[in-house]
Design a protein around this ligand. Structure first.
Ligand SMILES: CCCCCCCCC/C=C/C(=O)SCCNC(=O)CCNC(=O)[C@H](O)C(C)(C)COP(=O)(O)OP(=O)(O)OC[C@H]1O[C@@H](n2cnc3c(N)ncnc32)[C@H](O)[C@@H]1OP(=O)(O)O
Ligand SMILES: NC(=O)C1=CN([C@@H]2O[C@H](COP(=O)(O)OP(=O)(O)OC[C@H]3O[C@@H](n4cnc5c(N)ncnc54)[C@H](OP(=O)(O)O)[C@@H]3O)[C@@H](O)[C@H]2O)C=CC1
Length: 278
């Protein structure tokens, strides 16, 4: 992400906003923190590793990134994170629940400990962060936007069944809260991503699995962390004000159709057109 200005949005688009971003020390969280800071927001970025957060701070315009070590699974740490953000910045306009992840393993090998690890890291932590920020900041101020990153495609998540369950639950949580909390002026949304070429993604999955994911995407490529950051920035801007409860899917078309089109069985053009019946 070279340069100091957004390559998509006007300067000052998010002036005055305070955004809390989890997992801001790498990948999508870092790219989003940088984009928000460039657009004028103050970002409170959390993660477990302070070194990674300090690197993000160095990539943001000076004074725009407030790094806080916090494990989003721990109630006392999340409460301290939110209270500290309010003491220093007075409000929280955007919560981007980005921290999370899963491991790839055949379902029959996943132990109860492994299952609980993923449900806790994703679904439970999203509820903890969301309820704490809503109760302490957004309901009192009668405004806010809460965005969770989830996954696409929305059919089963083979080899990551635990992750798929967590993401489905998170999307439903955002939908339910969008209805309940509209009366407080709070918008709740999910952004469901297909493969995004972050360092973790590239290091985590075998190269042939990655290539299969890309070739099974109609647009034939993975997304970039900047493309996700632009979507989150748009949603935080006035352009996002009429969005709530939605699941915005960004996946190069994978959710509509799994595979390159036309499939090899239809390689012959004649096989793609049905004969007219008169
Ligand atoms: C095809 C479709 C196209 C679909 C195309 C869709 C594309 C979307 C793909 C999505 C990509 C991404 O999300 S990429 C970004 C992902 N980012 C991350 O994952 C970052 C965060 N991840 C993590 O922190 C870790 O990977 C994670 C395991 C999730 C949590 O770490 P923890 O330290 O909390 O947990 P650990 O102590 O390591 O493990 C706890 C237990 O979990 C289980 N466990 C952990 N790793 C395991 C493993 N590899 N295999 C089995 N079991 C495992 C064991 O029971 C462990 O206990 P013991 O046995 O006692 O050790
Ligand atoms: N890359 C992809 O293809 C896709 C990613 N996603 C989701 O997007 C999000 C970001 O992914 P990506 O950028 O690729 O991955 P990263 O691994 O780079 O990002 C995950 C971030 O979350 C932080 N984190 C993990 N556990 C915790 C915790 N318990 N408390 C606080 N912070 C934590 C990590 O920092 P630290 O270790 O310092 O705590 C890290 O910075 C994840 O939720 C991922 O599942 C969804 C779809 C596709």
């Amino acid at each position: 992400m070279p340069g100091t200005a957004s390559s998509v949005f006007r300067d000052g688009l998010l002036d005055g906003q305070v955004a809390l971003i989890s997992g801001a020390g790498s990948g999508i969280g870092r790219a989003t923190a940088i984009e928000f800071a460039r657009l004028g927001a103050t970002v409170v970025g959390c993660g477990r590793s302070t070194e990674k957060l300090d690197e993000t701070a160095a990539l943001c315009p000076p004074g725009r990134f407030d790094a806080v070590a916090c494990d989003v699974r721990e109630e006392d740490q999340v409460e301290a994170l939110v209270d500290g953000a309010l003491e220093r910045h007075e409000r929280i306009d955007v919560l981007f629940n980005n921290a999370g992840g899963q491991f790839m393993a055949p379902a029959e090998t996943v132990s109860m400990k492994g299952w609980r690890t993923i449900l806790r890291l994703n679904l439970e932590s999203v509820w903890l962060m969301t309820s704490t920020v809503a109760n302490r900041a957004m309901i009192p101020q009668q405004s806010g936007k809460i965005i969770r990153i989830t996954g696409s495609p929305h059919n089963g998540f083979p080899l990551m069944a635990h992750g798929g369950v967590a993401r489905a639950g998170e999307e439903n949580l955002m939908r339910g809260l969008a209805v309940e909390w509209a009366r407080y002026g709070i918008r709740c949304l999910s952004v469901a991503c297909g493969p995004v070429l972050t360092e973790t993604f590239k290091g985590k999955y075998p190269i042939d699995v990655q290539q299969a994911m890309h070739s099974q995407t109609p647009l034939g490529r993975a997304g970039t962390e900047e493309e996700v950051a632009w979507m989150i920035a748009f949603l935080a801007s006035p352009g996002g004000d009429w969005h709530t409860g939605s699941v915005i899917t960004m996946d190069g078309g994978m959710d509509c159709y799994r595979g390159a089109f036309p499939p090899k069985e239809y390689a012959d053009e004649a096989a793609r057109t049905e004969e007219r019946r008169t």
